[in-house]
Design a protein around this ligand. Structure first.
Ligand code: FE2
Ligand code: FE2
Length: 182
């Protein structure tokens, strides 16, 4: 039987992937001449920081990836530390830069900032698509296949607890998604 905690992570990937589609669509609109929709970007950044990152990425880092690094030796440590964790960091960096250029474009209206808005948004989209694909097809199956039974039980237990804690934010998430996809 597969791990429930991994099923949940894969479902979260599907939700994040829908946002990536929506971000790409918004970039196309800008290229075609639409005004920057600041509210859309603010809501998307809030979703990315609070849910894609703080809920999803931190759950990976604190639970599944932590146990994989501790249990599965050097190859797993490399895959996680110089692969997954570095990519989480890059994602955070792209979002910080995106936010900066949204602000400078709003106040100064320089076309270069508009270009950077599209560039950093698409950098994030492309990074996360590749990252999600790698986790779904390589990293999660590697963990599921190789973690010893008692560690799997620990991962499941800690993940269930974390999901319970994260539930208090569920309403805010749904509201945000409604605004993003309206
Ligand atoms: Fe990840
Ligand atoms: Fe992930």
């Amino acid at each position: 039987m597969g791990m429930k905690s991994i099923e949940v992570l894969v479902l979260e990937h599907e939700e994040i992937s829908r946002l990536l589609e929506r971000l790409e669509e918004e970039c196309v609109k800008i290229l075609e001449g639409s005004e920057i929709d600041y509210e859309f970007f603010e809501n998307s950044i809030e979703f990315i920081r609070d849910f894609a990152d703080r809920v999803h990425h931190m759950k990976e880092e604190d639970i599944l990836f932590k146990h994989m690094s501790e249990t599965l030796g050097v190859p797993a440590q490399k895959l996680i530390n110089s692969g997954m964790l570095v990519e989480h960091q890059m994602g955070r960096h792209y979002i910080t830069e995106l936010e900066k250029h949204l602000e400078t474009f709003r106040t100064q209206g320089d076309i270069t900032d508009k270009l950077q808005i599209i560039s950093y948004t698409m950098s994030y989209v492309n990074l996360l698509r590749m990252h999600i694909e790698k986790e779904n097809t390589v990293v999660y199956p590697f963990g599921e296949k190789n973690l010893p039974k008692e560690v799997i039980e620990k991962v499941e237990e800690e993940s269930t607890k974390r999901q319970e804690e994260d539930k208090v934010e569920e309403d805010r998430k749904e509201k945000l998604l409604k605004k993003i996809f309206r």
